[in-house]
Design a binder for this molecule. Sequence first.
Ligand code: 5GP
Ligand code: ZN
Length: 112
Amino acid sequence: MADCLFCNIVNGDVPSTKVYEDNNVYAFRDISPQAPTHVVIVPKEHFASLKEVDNEAILGKLLMAAQKIAKQEGLDDDGYRVVINTGKDGGQTVDHLHLHLLGGRYLEWPPG
Ligand code: 5GP
Ligand code: ZN
């Protein structure tokens, strides 16, 4: 998807700070971090959102990547949150499926 921001981050046309990469997944630091650790985890293949994804395996790979990155970022002891904003009410602003990995401070619940 030539006009998709996260496709362009995956292919390197838009620079990012890489945190993790494997065959299917790319992860980078959020440009506007909402916690001391804020990583965006995306499938290399374009899916617009959780509504559109039809590949069970990629969802498993994204979550396993989140688990690995959390450990790599030193979040295992105190915990962390993984979020998938979806659609308008979910607060999704980039239409390429992504997980947010947040940690490094206590995160309030419920969200605003
Ligand atoms: P959403 O609001 O769609 O759930 O999350 C999109 C996230 O992408 C936001 O947290 C936003 O800060 C981040 N973001 C938007 N543009 C860029 C960018 O160009 N680079 C990086 N690293 N993050 C971005
Ligand atoms: Zn995309």
